[in-house]
Design a protein around this ligand. Structure first.
Ligand code: HPA
Length: 251
């Protein structure tokens, strides 16, 4: 069912709804890949049709490895969405990416395992070798960065997102290895979502919200990361998201 969506937003940990979305209608299709994380809330923002989906479910009931990424993306695609802005809560590894920073990464490394990571999985389906050199769509990244600029929202341009399996956080040694690999950010939901979006031909960009220093990456090396810190920092950093989205849609 094509609902003429101009922009789909997928919310991550701590981001379970979209402020100021008007005339909202929930849609919860079951796809050939199974059930979505929850309802897709379709409404109007800045006069544009916008869809919002909470990746972990509205009550945060789904851990990262249990999210049905294929169902979520195939439904957004069927609703007519052609661009997806993924909001991902992350830990920061390198200097520019401290808690409460917003970033628009341009690279990623996939450390996840055992997740269904392609639409080409089923018997008889086409084997898909999509280009993924730039995992995030450069034109959409540019639009997001320009929108942030015009809205006066600070947004770090670039960075490498390392996608880990979770749901536990990483060891200090794992984060040290990821830093050596070139990762600036670490999160658990960046993949297979970005790869599946590319298989569907969707424009896809990530708005990463840094919730904490990753293990051993901050000034206090043995700092313990609590879920409450994560939620508090996401709430604080999220203040920049509504103005950024308005500017993105007003373009
Ligand atoms: N590691 C992985 N995922 C995360 C983190 C982290 O430190 N913080 C928020 N999501």
């Amino acid at each position: 069912m094509n609902l003429d969506i101009d922009l789909a937003v997928i919310g991550g940990t701590g981001l379970y709804q979209l402020a100021n979305l008007q005339d909202v209608e929930p849609h919860q299709p079951v796809t050939r890949y199974g059930a979505l994380s929850g309802p897709v809330r379709v409404g109007t923002l800045e006069g544009r049709r916008v869809a919002f989906l909470a990746r972990h479910g509205e009550g945060h009931s789904l851990p990262p490895h249990r999210v049905n990424y294929r169902a979520n993306l195939s439904a957004l695609h069927a609703f007519g969405a052609r661009r997806v802005l993924a909001l991902n809560t992350v830990g920061g590894i390198t200097g520019r990416f401290g808690p409460r920073v917003l970033a628009c990464p341009d690279q990623l490394i996939d450390y996840t395992w055992g997740r269904v990571s392609t639409f080409g999985e089923d018997e008889g389906s086409e084997v898909l070798h999509v280009d993924f050199g730039d995992p995030y769509t450069p034109s959409l990244r540019r639009e997001v960065l320009e929108a942030a600029g015009s809205a006066g929202v600070e947004l770090v341009d670039g960075g490498c997102y390392g996608a880990t399996q979770g749901p536990r956080l990483e060891t200090r040694a794992e984060i040290a290895r990821m830093r050596r690999d070139g990762c600036d950010l670490v999160g658990m939901t960046g993949m297979p979502e970005a790869g599946l979006a590319r298989e569907l031909g969707l424009d896809y960009a990530c708005l990463a919200i840094v919730a904490n220093w990753a293990a051993g990456a901050g000034p206090q090396v043995d700092e313990v990361i609590t879920f409450q810190d994560v939620l508090d920092n996401v709430a604080a950093a999220s203040a920049g998201i509504p103005p950024l989205l308005r500017a993105l849609l007003a373009r």
